[in-house]
Design a protein around this ligand. Sequence first.
Ligand SMILES: Nc1ncnc2c1ncn2[C@@H]1O[C@H](COP(=O)(O)OP(=O)(O)OP(=O)(O)O)[C@@H](O)[C@H]1O
Ligand SMILES: [Mg+2]
Length: 300
Amino acid sequence: MKLIYVAGKGGVGKSVTSAATAIWTASQGKDTLAFSMDPAHSLSDIFDVDIGSQPRAISDHLYAFEPDIAEEARGFFRRYKNIFTALFGLFEVEVKPEDFGNMPGVSELIFMDKLNDIFVEKKYEYVVIDSAPTAMVLPLLQLPSITTGFVTRMLGMRNKWIGVLNLLESGFGDSILKEIRTMRVKAETMRNALIDPETASITVVTIPEKAAVEESRRLIETVESHGVHVSSIVINHVIRECDCQFCQRKMASQTSYIQELQNNYADKRIAILPDYGAEVKGDGLMQVAQDLYEKGQISI
Ligand SMILES: Nc1ncnc2c1ncn2[C@@H]1O[C@H](COP(=O)(O)OP(=O)(O)OP(=O)(O)O)[C@@H](O)[C@H]1O
Ligand SMILES: [Mg+2]
């Protein structure tokens, strides 16, 4: 199984790139899952089909999945019930499982857990991950060290505190440790998958404008400092030849950012996608897939 993680700034074309990538691998006869990790899902709109909160076949070899964050939050809460009871109890906060998914950083944890389920199930040849505008990949990478630290501390305090927690409710402390270990194993599995270039590749989507290029630079720097290689960059919304003054000016500025990206990332595959002049969805995705993969600008 190969994971293709599509990241980038808000609105640059991540979902379109993810959907086109999934359509491409499926068209090559590879069972592919397009997995939305953005709580504000947009794959249904882009594929122009209802997807729903369970993986669903939408065409030959192509499946799509937009997990329902509230539903997944309840399942996640149940899975790690003892950890959350202890944590929320410690801070004296009352949290309803259905509100839990909206807490900062929690959706990343939930999606990581879900992605791990899909990863160990090994049902698909490719899983294309459409991410949220922020660099959600980071919490995924940092999670093992956070949980490892947590576990180490818990184990260090084991004799003192686990015993006390066990006294509060028989087996409570041990259940917490068990849940933390499960969480850690899952986080480590995903981290190991993401840092293995044979298993995972990251595609950064950007547009040829200052803010987007800057954000891509930061994203690539941070991700790579965690040992994850960014293999490809897609420069989207590039204006095609046009004689009007507006387009001429825009093309001149776009060209300088494209050159900057090409100079800075000579080690990566860089694809240029035109602005298609209208929103891209449904049947239009195959054109994007061909522009990216059939023309060999980037490869899987
Ligand atoms: N090359 C293109 N030409 C024309 N329209 C495009 C192109 N790429 C994307 N779009 C349109 O731009 C809008 C945003 O694209 P998309 O949803 O893929 O971005 P995103 O990065 O996933 O956004 P978000 O950060 O909100 O998830 C969509 O309406 C899409 O159809
Ligand atoms: Mg999107």
